[in-house]
Ligand binder design. Sequence first.
Ligand code: NAD
Ligand code: TYD
Length: 344
Amino acid sequence: MKNILVTGGAGFIGCNFVRYILNCESELKVTVFDKLTYAGRLENLAAVSERFGARYQFVHGDICDAAKVEETVAVRNIDTIINFAAETHVDRSILDPDAFVKTDVYGTYVLLEAARKLGNLRFHQVSTDEVYGHIAGHRRSVEEDALAPRSPYSASKASADLFVNAYCITYGLPVTISRGANNVGPYQYPEKVVPLFVTNALESMPLPVFGDGKQMRDYQYVADHCAAIYLILKRGRIGESYNIGTGSEMTNLAMVEILLDELDRPHSLIQHVEDRLGHDRRYSLDVSKTLALGWEPDYTPEEAIRATARWYRDNRWWWQPIRDGEFKDYYDTVYGDRRELDLQ
Ligand code: NAD
Ligand code: TYD
């Protein structure tokens, strides 16, 4: 691993990963390949560019553009592709699934083809716990479980996982897949629940909790997720998938209480609103296979949420322009007519 292509590296997890891996490997070169959608921002990588100089390069491109992908891989002598690029927000996938099918499914296929044609490159797919669908009772998802996605987003990510596995079996492409739980931390676009609620709270706006707020999620710190992906690249078995999370989930209401407490804001900001369509009640990962590689998360979910709340409190420069821009229309579309629920 000398020359890696990080697709989607200008987004939330991608930019944290680029920082992380350039710090870990002193000889490594990273090329970020990113379309710069609403979620991709060059300012997420500005400090990386200053600190690492020529070891970091940026290419503006769409992973659906086979010619541009193949040219980039060839010209830059890429030996490893790590695919973070995706449309990632469930509520946007409910509004309009089209971009999800294009980027998450077709785009992944384009990258796999490039990896196959240009020398059977090492390929890592960044996937999600959402591909397992809603997990009932006290069960935890293990990597061998059947995929049962229920939203257009998770269906597109699950389709990509199936293609990645098919390329390994059919062409012998050296692949791994990681399935991460909900990430929180710096540079997450404020449509996702934790940065949305933190920034709403900082602006004294209501926090729109979908339904009863008893849905369960495992909120992991993004740096922990990045460390696990790095370990899988180095020690993961080819052809295998790995779950990444803290292995401990909490309700959305518990998450809200933690962030309000950290910000010292009142509980009266909580507002129950009409539920998301097809809302998965619970995700829960068994992470023992990844722990066995020698990885361990540094943050509990509570520590991760508190650290994230502090980062947004201290970095208004980053999120205020986003909230004042495209985000406003999005917010009106998703939340404008949403019915308030009386759950007393
Ligand atoms: P994000 O939405 O913050 O960033 C996505 C990035 O991909 C952006 O920089 C965007 O510009 C880029 N992109 C989108 N379409 C592209 C295209 N066609 N070509 C090139 N670049 C394109 O996403 P994130 O939260 O950082 O998620 C990264 C990956 O991790 C995704 O694959 C996602 O499914 C997965 N994942 C996310 C979470 C989470 O909690 N956020 C959890 C598990 C897995
Ligand atoms: P989200 O951050 O969109 O991630 P996921 O992909 O897991 O759905 O949402 C996390 C949880 O928070 C999920 O149960 C939906 C809920 N949620 C709300 O209650 N209100 C909101 O405004 C949002 C965006 C999410």
